[in-house]
Design a binder for this molecule. Structure first.
Ligand SMILES: [Zn+2]
Length: 395
């Protein structure tokens, strides 16, 4: 029995000797005891985060991947999430994802894990060994360290946020972008559909449209407002006080000069919108080309004008021009075929309301979306704030 106890004691000393023979290991064991004694000690999150980042970036360097950086907003959200949890070691990743996705809808790529280890460097090793640490699609690492009895634990989150929507970048690189709805503030991903000619961007949450984009003749998407370039009709002198005669003169000049390029459907897919100077040079265009030319030429002459996109009960999908002088508003159809000495007949928007059913309007500065809740319905006022919600385009 004594011999047995002696063997056990020798073995215990051998184990202790083994641990403390290596100073690094000794420090770890000391760390375990330290944790045991002082479980509530504050963890220096900044230091932990920095070390975790170093560990993960060392691995990424070996894999030839770009280094991750910190994401202070996600870090803060993680701290708030941590404060709301009773036991972080039992964190359900599903809850964490739901939380992060509601706070960062633009963080398109997210990965999270909970790791536990008695030693700090064991945790860093686990983070570096984490399969997703070697995934090139992530850009940031956020960590939340905590104590769990004898062990230390951490929640690690990898993320990549989508870049904010930018028409130039979308044209250049394509891909997905982050967009915040100007109506309800909800965030969502946007992608340009290259097969489309006209894109009405609408919010998936409140369903309201907020942008009108169209492909130009160089296959680049532009905002509808950008097609109005300040074009002046040659040979049309501007009058100091715009009146019906000057409006009629501009309308007639556009109708006489431009041949209608006929499509079976006037808003054919895959077809580009032209700028006014291009339509004028070609002396031809379809409904949106000539409406844009007419609206731009009217604006240059000081007459309030807008391009309307919507539905015509005879034609189907259509675009037309509307003009306003004083309290009077007219629908100016830009695809009429005039006989040599014929002058087009003026129609007020009220008279044309049954035939023309506008959905969106635009001029040089703004887009306008129907806010009277009506679809496929005429409109007797293309300028009333009660019918149209104005969207500024300098976003
Ligand atoms: Zn919305």
């Amino acid at each position: 029995m004594i011999r047995f106890a002696a063997i056990v004691i020798v073995l215990i000393f051998a184990v202790i000797g083994y641990w403390f023979a290596d100073p690094a290991r000794a420090k770890n064991v000391a760390g375990v005891f330290d944790n045991l004694i002082n479980q509530t000690a504050d963890i220096e999150q900044d230091v932990f985060e920095f070390q975790a980042l170093e560990a993960i970036n060392e691995r990424r360097q070996q894999l030839n991947l770009a280094a991750l950086s910190t994401a202070p907003e996600i870090q803060d959200a993680l701290a708030r999430f941590g404060a709301s949890q009773r036991n972080l070691a039992d964190t359900r990743l599903k809850d964490l994802f739901a939380n992060l996705q509601s706070e960062f809808p633009g963080a398109q790529y997210l990965s999270a894990t909970v790791l536990l280890d008695p030693r700090d460097d064991g945790l860093f090793k686990s983070i570096a060994k984490w399969e997703d640490a070697g995934n090139p699609q992530y850009a940031t690492l956020s960590t939340l360290a905590f104590r769990d009895g004898l062990r230390k634990g951490c929640i690690a989150v990898l993320a990549r946020q989508l870049p904010p929507f930018d028409l130039e970048a979308a044209n250049r690189e394509g891909g997905r972008f982050f967009q915040r709805c100007p109506h309800c503030g909800s965030a969502h991903a946007v992608m340009l559909d290259r097969k489309s000619q006209t894109l009405i961007l609408a919010c998936p949450d409140c369903q309201k449209p907020y942008d009108v984009l169209a492909a130009d003749t160089h296959e680049q998407f532009r905002r509808a407002t950008d097609f109005l370039e300040g074009f002046r009709l040659p040979g049309i002198a501007s009058t100091p006080t715009p009146n019906e005669d000057s409006m009629l003169a501009i309308w007639s000049a556009v109708l006489r000069h431009c041949r209608y390029e006929y499509d079976n459907t006037s808003m054919k897919r895959g077809e580009a919108w032209k700028k006014p100077s291009e339509t004028w040079k070609d002396a031809a265009g379809d409904c949106e080309d000539t409406s844009i030319l007419l609206a731009d030429a009217l604006a240059s002459a000081g007459i309030e004008s807008r391009v309307a996109v919507g539905w015509n009960i005879h034609i189907g999908q259509h675009a037309w021009c509307v003009a306003k002088i004083g309290n009077q508003q007219w629908v100016l159809e830009s695809t009429l075929q005039l006989k040599a000495d014929q002058t087009p007949e003026l129609r007020t928007v009220a008279d044309a309301a049954e035939e023309y059913q506008p959905e969106q309007l635009f001029d040089r500065q703004h887009l306008y979306f129907r806010n009277d809740g009506k679809e496929r319905a005429g409109c007797d006022d293309y300028w009333a704030d009660s019918r149209w919600e104005t969207m500024s385009v300098d976003r």
